[in-house]
Design a protein around this ligand. Structure first.
Ligand code: NAD
Length: 359
């Protein structure tokens, strides 16, 4: 069976979790695999995913082989296995990618004209036969994400946008991918069992039981670079929209802005990759009697993300095999917080199974 050739933009913690997780599955028989949303997607297993190129703007990572680059601080994923890949991480332009709070920990690669970066990136993608790019840039990387989306269009490869910059859900960008006959999945990945999916399900069930929430919040804390970067509120505009709309879309009618608060809330260094989400919904039930529902979720943020991208790349590969192009609506709704079309998670699951079956 053919392999899936994947390129990584941003060899940070999410990339480490995804790639080291694939090695975990390579090391054990399929009968012992756990924690996958799909063991197989069409003919593809997670172990069919090959990382064929990787790019980063940190000089501690660029120029190193993949395993060594993924082990560089501030990365902190210690589970899974080391990739044996010969891929050498290539330098990438910072553009707006490196935030003020992260500047001390990410040491930017030597600055070069953008055209030089572009030439090297295109040559690397072509020579490595990369079929799709996964975008793992920091929150707030609007210009850098647009740069990479243009690269995907130019090199004729698919795009998976794991971050909250709107590309798949932006009509102009989506049309560019459709016109180029390339699939795109986005934007801003959910977790396997993340705060967004849990909050959506709670909001949905409250609605379905006639106990619509009147106010709700979701507060998140974590101790990795992503949370450090998110201290810079000006980089968070699209993240806040993405997370809030994901829950708003599940309600009978929109809550006023003052009655819904969802967002990354603080950086607590000793939590490392553990993310803690506190969710609360308050509303009324029978005879107008109030209820107050509070949930705490504690997860490894990067294990939560890895399985989502393992599904996304295999669905993008199916689309490439079948010549499907533009935003993949079912897969995007199932895997992403801000897809082009929002669905309830149960409907998205049905749509994704239809997509996999080729219906
Ligand atoms: N569960 C999750 O972890 C989750 C869920 C949804 C979205 N996301 C998003 O995924 C993205 C990646 O998260 P992460 O935890 O890996 O972050 P990270 O900070 O660990 O990794 C980002 C990587 O990008 C590199 N980088 C910075 N600017 C760059 C540029 N211009 N070009 C190339 N590389 C650049 C950094 O050096 C670093 O290696 C973030 O935007 C995050 O918000 C994560």
């Amino acid at each position: 069976m053919s392999k899936i050739n994947v390129g990584i933009i941003g060899a940070g913690n999410c990339a480490a979790g995804f790639i080291r997780g694939i090695e975990h599955y390579r090391g054990i028989p399929q009968s012992k695999w756990e924690g996958l949303m799909h063991s197989e997607i069409g003919p593809y297993k997670v172990t069919d995913i090959e990382i064929t190129s990787a790019f980063d703007a940190d000089s501690k990572k660029a120029g190193k082989k993949l395993a060594a680059a993924l082990a560089q601080p501030p990365n902190m994923v210690a589970w899974g296995g080391n990739p044996k890949s010969k891929v050498v991480v290539q330098g990438a332009p910072a553009l707006d990618g490196i935030g003020a709070y992260v500047e001390g920990v990410v040491r930017q690669v030597r600055s070069r004209p953008l055209s030089e970066f572009r030439k090297n990136i295109i040559s690397e993608l072509e020579s490595s036969k990369t079929e799709m790019l996964v975008n793992y840039l920091p929150v707030g990387s609007q210009k850098a994400t647009e740069f990479w989306a243009e690269i995907a269009l130019k090199t004729n490869i698919a795009f998976i946008n794991a971050i909250p910059v709107f590309i798949a859900s932006d009509k102009v960008w989506e049309r560019k991918f459709a016109k180029a006959k390339l699939p795109i999945i986005g934007d801003d990945m959910k977790g396997i069992l993340g705060a967004t999916i849990v909050h959506r399900v709670l909001a949905n069930i409250a609605k379905e039981r006639g106990a619509d929430p009147i106010v709700t919040y979701q507060l998140n804390v974590g101790g990795n670079t992503d949370f450090l970067n998110m201290l810079e509120r000006s980089r968070l505009e699209s993240k806040k929209i993405s997370k809030t709309e994901s829950v708003q879309s599940q309600l009978r009618s929109r809550l006023p802005d003052k009655s819904i608060h969802i967002g990354p809330s603080d950086y607590v260094p000793f939590l490392h990759n553990t993310k803690i989400a506190f969710m609360r919904l308050k509303g009324k039930m029978w005879a107008g009697v109030p209820y107050d529902l509070e949930v705490k979720l504690e997860v490894d943020d990067k294990a939560n993300a890895g399985g989502i991208i393992a599904d996304a790349v295999r669905m993008a590969k199916l689309a490439l095999d079948r010549g499907q192009c533009g935003a993949l609506k079912g897969p995007s709704a199932y895997l992403m917080k801000h897809p082009p079309v929002q669905m309830s998670d149960s409907v998205a699951k049905i749509e994704v199974e239809k997509f996999i079956a080729g219906a």
